[in-house]
Design a protein around this ligand. Sequence first.
Ligand code: COA
Length: 399
Amino acid sequence: MAGVALKFSAPWRLVQLRSSLVRLSSVPSLKFHTAASPLMGATVEQFEQAKTRLSALKNDPGNEVKLQIYALFKQSTQGACNTPKPGMLDFVGKVKWDAWKSLGSISQDEARQQYCDLIGSLVAAEGGSSAPDAAKDSGSGTAYETLLVTTEDNITTIKLNRPAKKNAITTEMYNEIIAALDQAAKDDSVLTVFTGAGDFYCSGNDLTNFTKIPEGGVEAMAIQGGDLLRKYVKAYIDFPKPLVAVVNGPAVGISVTILGLFDLIYASERATFHTPFTNLGQSAEGCSSYTFPKIMGTAKASEMLLFNKKLTAAQASELGMVTEVFPESSFQSEVWTRLKNYAKLPPNSLSLSKQLIRSMEKDRLHAVNDAEVACLVQRWQSDECFNAVMSFFQTKAKL
Ligand code: COA
């Protein structure tokens, strides 16, 4: 098959890329655990250091990662992609443009930060320190395909890292998040923070999960999916330390419903909160059938969970679902400054106080989780759900 020349700046001057592999949808998967990263916007100096460390890498990280590096570099230095889309025949120009465009409107600060995180992870994977200087903490060295997990300043950050798919959660990603939560529960960090790479926080369950039918058919798929979902939600219910969501953009489905199990939710003004379950022939999960009415009252919760109402960040904050909303321009710096201060609080006192707030609810939450999963296992086998998922992919195919 004919190869396509994909050009990047040093250290890989010319890379042969098989055109059949040029699928932007798979661009951002990372194969490394980032052992450490700065949590606030990277400084210009750190960005420059990251560029130097990039040129010193010994191994070619592969085209997917190089595209991500390219996109983050462009976003960091030029802002959002506003250049015209290259023509159909300019294959290389098009994949590079797509990669840049997929970062949406994330700020240059945020892009610089993600760039530094990414280079740090590549350096760490080669056995070096992921941090540009010796002042950073180190992580456990666990490898994640779909997440960037970092520990710094007493904060473990779990960043969903499939920006080209709006951080939709695949089966693998569910398992990795469960593992990352387990790791964060045991490490020395004080806070655990979830956020998303790119312009979305998360687009919910990856609908392609429904298209991977195992040998036992749809029933086996639904039962396996139910077991995984139960385990996933359980990991949040039982999580011992304060859990923080830094909602950097739109959030859909399970990334919204699970927020009722978080202790602090900071949102950018760009964030929206959408649970389109009945549109998809499904039903609520993440304990939201219990936590949402409790947080916002049954009437408002029903509007979201039954009638698919999408909330703006301001509306979510008014309803008590979000702790505070920040302007997009200062979101990252304000939030991380605050979190770094919170992470200096005495860890045992924080963790015990969280457990006091939640412990009375635990048994009930586990029961709610079981009931929601049982309902969904049925829903996933229904025609309503099947038709809705097919319709999503058919609409996409027509575009
Ligand atoms: N499952 C699978 N793929 C998803 C996805 C999901 N939940 N969310 C986004 N994607 C994919 C899209 O199919 C697209 O893939 P492609 O580039 O191969 O075509 C890519 O991510 C980018 O999404 P796109 O739809 O082009 O971006 P958008 O900004 O126009 O819309 C969403 C973003 C999230 C609003 C839209 O993709 C969507 O509605 N997704 C489904 C959300 C959902 O129903 N989640 C489950 C809730 S229970």
